[in-house]
Design a binder for this molecule. Structure first.
Ligand code: PBG
Length: 325
């Protein structure tokens, strides 16, 4: 048999395009933004080259400049923090204002808002922390008050829905968070608001650049007693199954690159849309490739789709839009 049989289909670009199995679409891509108070602010984030803190006016300009952008994920930077994340659910906090402004200007854009406490708590955890001696905290005893956190997450979700978010995206990894948010939304006449659940969110070192960007580095301990252990994958399916039963519309695997097997299993096992978050550390790692960075990013983002992701959250969104024909 001729050895060139498979190569026949790789002869030129048009032929390769014709037989390609997976192609990125603009509608697959979600761009995250970090929004800050103020006017005309575009401040580089040192841990994430090419990514900026933007004030709302500049956020609107940036979105308008990206042709075919269909969806954004918004994070807000707190102006004051406390133990109970009080600013996280204020209607006039910067995230809520940004959701309102974006929805007003771009009616067709799918606006997703991150629902978490870590950017708003003085201790940097994604949860309400129990009163305990610091040494208990360091030993990793359960310092997380799951129930109290669910109440705050519900308030956050309602405030985002009031501002006009299409989807709220709970990322605190508290048990029962999707159920609590779904009930809160329904009871407040927001049953049309979707939940994009960070279902299989791992305790990952890939988040470090983001934590600097959002100023959410935990001040003691780590997130390992709420985020998942990277040695596990069956557990990811249990998380996803539970979130679907609690009312999630879309489930997410995060990070993406070192977790392509989880994305694959999620897609094979469930019939809901699966999102994948190509997180900050993955972005920086590729960015550091210099002039080959963009072609590498395209390869990597395509591989996330090939593994089974229906939506991909990526800081490369602007570049992806340029590459797509
Ligand atoms: C907060 C949150 C994190 C990310 C998204 N939401 C960080 C964390 O859990 O510490 C990471 C995103 C990224 O790295 O790009 N709950």
């Amino acid at each position: 048999m001729a050895v060139s049989e498979l190569r026949r289909l790789r002869k030129n670009q048009s032929l390769r395009d014709k037989v390609s199995e997976v192609n990125l679409l603009a509608s697959d891509i979600i761009l995250p933004y970090f929004v800050v108070e103020g006017k005309n602010i575009k401040k580089p984030i040192s841990s994430m080259p090419g990514v900026y803190h933007l004030s709302i006016d500049n956020l609107l300009k940036d979105i308008a400049s990206i042709k075919n952008l269909s969806s954004v994920l918004l994070f807000g930077l707190a102006t004051s923090k406390d133990e109970r994340a009080s600013q996280s659910y204020q209607g006039d906090a910067v995230l809520q204002k940004a959701i309102r402004a974006v929805k007003k200007e771009f009616k067709q854009l799918v606006v997703i808002s991150d629902a978490c406490l870590c950017g708003y708590t003085s201790h940097g955890h994604c949860a309400i922390v129990r009163e305990k001696k610091p040494d208990n905290r360091q030993q990793g005893l359960d310092f997380i008050d799951n129930e109290a956190t669910l109440k705050v997450l519900s308030k956050i979700a309602i405030s985002h829905a009031e501002a006009g978010a299409d989807f709220v995206a709970p990322s605190a990894m508290m048990d029962g968070q999707v159920k609590a948010i779904r009930e809160a939304l329904t009871n407040n006449s927001f049953s049309d608001v979707g939940i994009l659940a960070y279902s299989a969110k791992y305790a990952s070192n890939f988040y470090w650049p983001f934590r600097e960007a959002l100023d959410s580095v935990p001040q003691f301990g780590d997130r390992k007693n709420y985020q998942m252990d990277f040695r596990n994958s069956d557990e990811a399916l249990r998380e996803i199954e539970q979130d679907i039963s609690e009312g999630a519309d879309v489930v997410m695997v995060k990070p993406a690159l070192a977790y392509l097997d989880i994305i694959y299993r999620a897609k094979q096992n469930f019939v809901v849309p699966v999102a994948a978050y190509n997180v900050s550390g993955e972005y920086v790692m590729i960015k550091n490739m210099g002039k080959e960075a963009e072609s590498l990013a395209f390869e990597v983002i395509t591989s996330i789709k090939r593994a089974g992701a229906d939506f991909i959250i990526t800081y490369w969104a602007k570049e992806v839009m340029k590459w797509l024909k």
